[in-house]
Design a protein around this ligand. Structure first.
Ligand SMILES: C[S@@+](CC[C@H](N)C(=O)[O-])C[C@H]1O[C@@H](n2cnc3c(N)ncnc32)[C@H](O)[C@@H]1O
Length: 200
């Protein structure tokens, strides 16, 4: 499919040049859903490259169609599980921003281990980020937000940054629009990879 990114080998780390044009910043949207956010970002930033990650084939197909229809050559979609992509596939210091928007909150305590945000995941996010790269997280679920704040604090290798509406261009994702139109508030967390000199 046009717009789909299919790794040559799923069992070796990608090289940056496979996912991104020379010298361009790369941004990754985990669980990109219908691709609203991905497309708006790609359109607004033709000088950056984008990789959406989505595990559902139907959604990947729809996003690919939209990318083709809008002639957006700077965004592609990878049909795979987000944790695998972050922990095993992406190379070190390759990504400028990792976006995790409206992820499944797995509200029941016995399901919390299924949440994407875990200590190992954050360690891997930090590894794939370039120096000064950012992790941006948004949810309507306060408890998942607090959970993520705690994990970030425990990880100790990120610096919290302010994030207000006027900070920079940040289009609303499909789910954000859905939740806000239902009267829900969004919880947002933005942090930067801090320069801890420990080799990680
Ligand atoms: C609640 S929707 C949010 C979609 C989009 N980020 C938004 O804000 O509109 C979550 C999306 O993440 C995808 N997803 C959930 N877990 C995933 C995982 N582990 N790896 C890849 N995609 C995942 C789902 O298929 C779904 O499209």
């Amino acid at each position: 499919m046009d717009g789909e990114f299919v790794p040559a080998d799923y069992f070796r780390k990608l090289e940056r040049r496979e996912i991104c044009r020379d010298g361009r910043p790369l941004e990754v949207d985990l669980g990109c859903g219908d691709g609203s956010f991905l497309l708006a970002m790609a359109r607004h930033h033709p000088d950056r490259d984008f990789l959406g990650v989505e595990r559902l084939l139907g959604r990947v197909r729809k996003v690919c169609k939209k990318l083709t229809r809008h002639h957006l050559g700077n965004a592609r979609v990878l049909r795979l599980e987000s944790r695998y992509v972050i922990e095993w596939l992406l190379p070190e210091a390759a990504v400028s921003r990792v976006h995790l928007l409206c992820p499944d909150p797995w509200p029941k305590a016995r399901h919390h281990r299924r949440r994407l945000v875990q200590t190992e995941f954050l360690t891997a996010v930090r590894r794939v980020l370039v120096p000064g790269g950012e992790f941006l997280f948004m949810t309507d679920h306060e408890e998942y937000f607090r959970w993520t704040e705690d994990k970030i604090a425990v990880c100790g290798k990120f610096e919290r940054l302010a994030w207000d509406d006027a900070s920079f261009f940040y289009p609303k994702s499909d789910f954000q629009q859905l939740w806000e139109s239902a009267g829900k508030s969004m919880w947002r967390l933005r942090c930067r990879k801090s320069e801890v000199r420990d080799g990680s």
